[in-house]
Every structure is written in C-alpha cells, then in structure tokens.
Design a protein. Structure first.
Length: 223
C-alpha cells in the first residue's frame, strides 16, 4: 500500500487530524463543571492561567455561595477572592466576577448575552472566553484557541503560528464550520494526553510521527 506523504498537503494533514481525533475522542465532555451559561462563563474566566482540574475544585464552593449574577453581587469582592484564591490572579478575577455580574443585571436582564460583542465587553472576558461560551452554551460555531491548540497546530503545520489570532483564522479556514465546537475540545484533550509541551515537541506522539515521520528537530512554539 502506498504511504501518504502528508508533508506536502495541509488539506491532507487536516483530514487526517480530524479523522484521528474523532477516533480518539468521539465524545467530548466540557472539561469545566457548570450548570448554565453563567456558571460556565465564570468557570472559563477562572481557568485563565489555572488548570481545569483546580477550577473544578474551587467552583463548587463559589457556586454554592452564588450561582446567579443577582446572588453574586450580594457578596463582596473580598468574599469572592477568598474562595477563588487557589486559582491565581484572585484580586483581578474576583473584581471581574463581581463587575460582570452587575453588568449582566444592569444591561442584560441577568442573562449571559448570546453575542461575541457583548460578551467581550464584559470585564475579564476576552475573545477565547467568549468563544467557549458561545460554542458550548449556545451552540454557535467558534474555535477557541488555547495554548494546547496553538502549539499542536504548529506541530502539525496547520498554521503559520504567528499569533493565537492567526491560528484561529487558519484553523477556521481548514476545518468545516460544523466541526469547530467539537474539534477544539478534541485537540485540547489530545494535547493533554499525547502531544504534551514537554513530552512531544512534534517528535513523539502518534499524529506528529505520522504526519512528519522524518522530522528530527523539536518544534519551538511561536507566538
């Protein structure tokens, strides 16, 4: 059987990645525990520079205290900060949680808006956080790019790797829109399990070695 030379075709690499990740992760549970768009929004905000595992240990106490914007603003920023301290950046995150909760009450009837524009106006909410909420809470096609996705897309030469924004654009062009919401989770899961930052560097995992069997030098992440 003729071996496919994936090095010559980005389209072939994308198809292989899509099929292989579907084999590995046919089911993609959302890693952050939540019950609705508001609790997902808060959990994603907390996950900045913090592991999902740690966030999931912190949020039960936070959401027991308050799991709606109306309940959250009845507590002080200091109270929020004490609970979320193990997540890191607690002064900034606690203020963002309180402030965005008040904005949701004042401007959005206490509901998380189903709009990138309005989400990205909220304190502590960048494009990636907004993309996760739009994709996972509202089913809107989005491709949130985290450090795992940015790194793996470079390992597989699916992006120029100049920036996270560029990686998002490149991946959106390569993959069907109806696959984005699931695929971004599949890449994250694969990056954590097989293609780790220290353990692979484009040289070890099954996808990297299939796409680039003759690669000798480690890939140094850009951007």
């Amino acid at each position: 059987m003729t071996k496919i030379d994936y090095t010559k075709s980005k389209k072939l690499r994308a198809e292989y990645v899509l099929n292989k990740l579907e084999e590995h992760y046919p089911i993609t549970p959302i890693p952050l525990d939540h019950t609705d768009p508001y609790t997902l929004l808060i959990a994603v905000l907390l996950s900045a520079q913090c592991t999902d595992e740690r966030v999931n240990k912190i949020t039960p106490a936070l959401f027991k205290m308050a799991n709606t914007p109306e309940d959250m603003v009845t507590h002080s920023v200091e109270e929020i900060k004490e609970i979320i301290r193990p997540c890191g950046l607690s002064p900034r995150k606690s203020k963002a949680i309180w402030d965005l909760s008040q904005i949701l009450i004042d401007k959005h009837e206490g509901l998380v808006p189903q709009s990138f524009e309005y989400l990205e106006e909220l304190p502590g909410v960048g494009h990636k956080t907004a993309s996760v909420v739009m994709a996972q809470s509202f089913g809107v096609p989005a491709f949130p790019v985290d450090t795992h996705i940015h790194r793996l897309a470079q390992n597989w030469k699916l992006t120029t790797g100049k920036s996270i924004d560029q990686t998002e654009k490149d991946l959106k062009r390569l993959f069907p829109e109806e696959k984005w919401n699931k695929l971004h989770l599949q890449i994250i899961f694969y990056g954590r399990e097989y293609c780790t930052a220290r353990g692979c560097k484009g040289l070890v995992c099954p996808i990297c070695t299939t796409l680039y069997p003759n690669r000798k030098k480690a890939i140094i992440k850009k951007g």
